[in-house]
Each structure stands twice: as C-alpha cells, then as structure tokens.
Design a protein around this ligand. Structure first.
Ligand code: PRP
Ligand code: MN
Ligand code: MG
Length: 181
C-alpha cells in the first residue's frame, strides 16, 4: 500500500469491488454504444486510474481526451465557477462523448462541465462516474452510469487525493482524523 497503511482509517471499497463494478459498468456501456466509436473525456487528475481501467474493460473502440478544471479563486469547488486549466485537444462536434469522473461530490464541477461540453455539438453526451455522494442530488446533474453511492465522508485512493497524496492507492478508503491535523 505504498507505505500509506498507518494513515488509513478503513477501506471503503476494495480493489476487487472496484474491479467488479468497472466490469459491470463497461458491459453496460459496451452494449449501449454497440457499433459506435466513443470519445472518453477524463477529468484530470482524479479520473485517471478509473479511465485507464474502464477503457481496458470496454469491448468497443474508444478514443481518449482529457480536461483539467479548477474552481475559480477559492480552495473548494463549491463556488460552482470553474476555470479550464487544460482544454480538449480536439473538436467534439458529432462525437459520442462519455465524460469519466472519479467522484461527484457537490456536482458543481460536472454540472458546469456538461453545459460547457454540451455547447460544442457532440452527437451525444453522457457521464460515467465511479462514485457519487449524497450532496450531489442537490444539483441537477444527469448521470447515466454510476458505480457506487457512498456516504458523506472524505475518501481517498484510486485517483482521489488529499493534498495531492494517496491517488496511487489501489483501493478507496478514509483517512484517520490525525492525518488532517
Ligand atoms: C474532485 C473530484 C471531482 C470533483 C468533484 O476534483 O475529482 O472532479 O472534485 O467535486 P464537486 O462535485 O463538488 O464539484 P478536484 O477538483 O479535487 O481535482 P483533482 O481531480 O485534480 O483532484
Ligand atoms: Mn477531479
Ligand atoms: Mg482533488
């Protein structure tokens, strides 16, 4: 576990649970997009591990693009005002776009992103998120594919960070309170 063991409070989702869920999501997406080519849009940096495992589990051809976004000015994304740090490299007009996110927390990042991408005339635009927190239901974000609904606690691992650490953990867990102090 990369030496992170002493920082971990408990494991919320094991490697095996994540792998099984990705296989399930990938089977659904493979069926829904049969005969089409899909453009996966990963939201940096959290979605990187999910995207690489998900793309390998799909049985249809996909292409990959990435976007990096940041909330404007403040430390949290709760303002809902988002700034593009890295845009897509290509035009998505006429493409079947599937946005991949690691987690939907308030939903504000994704709701902004969907408006932005929706304005670029894709043939279709859907979201696949590995995790969703209860607060996300307060913001209207249409999400077609969801891995797990999780409790409202701070989670790290499998792409999710605390101060840029723990993204490389193969499972999803919580941190001991003293790690935040
Ligand atoms: C996290 C997470 C989602 C977003 C969810 O990203 O990866 O992208 O926050 O929050 P929201 O639903 O409240 O908007 P973060 O901004 O921490 O960047 P990162 O992916 O680089 O860690
Ligand atoms: Mn993110
Ligand atoms: Mg983060």
């Amino acid at each position: 576990d990369h030496g992170y063991g002493p920082d971990i409070d408990h494991v919320l989702l094991s490697e095996e649970q994540i792998r099984d869920k990705i296989a399930e999501l990938a089977a659904q997406v493979t069926a829904d997009y049969a005969g089409k080519e899909v453009l996966l849009v990963g939201v940096l940096k959290g979605a990187v591990l999910f995207m690489s495992d998900f793309a390998r589990a799909l049985q249809i051809p996909t292409q990959m693009e990435f976007m990096a976004v940041s909330s404007y000015g403040s430390a949290t994304s709760s303002s809902g005002v988002v700034r593009i740090l890295k845009d897509l490299d290509r035009d998505i007009t006429g493409k079947h776009v599937l946005v991949l996110e690691d987690i939907i927390d308030s939903g504000l990042t994704l709701s902004w992103l969907l408006k932005n991408l929706g304005g670029r005339s894709p043939a279709s635009l859907e979201v696949c998120a590995l995790l969703r927190k209860p607060d996300a239901v307060k913001v209207e974000v249409p999400v077609k594919y969801i891995g797990f609904d999780i409790p409202n606690e701070f989670v790290i691992g499998y792409g999710l960070d605390y101060a840029e650490r723990y993204r490389d953990l193969p499972y999803i867990g919580t941190l001991k309170p003293e790690v935040y102090q």
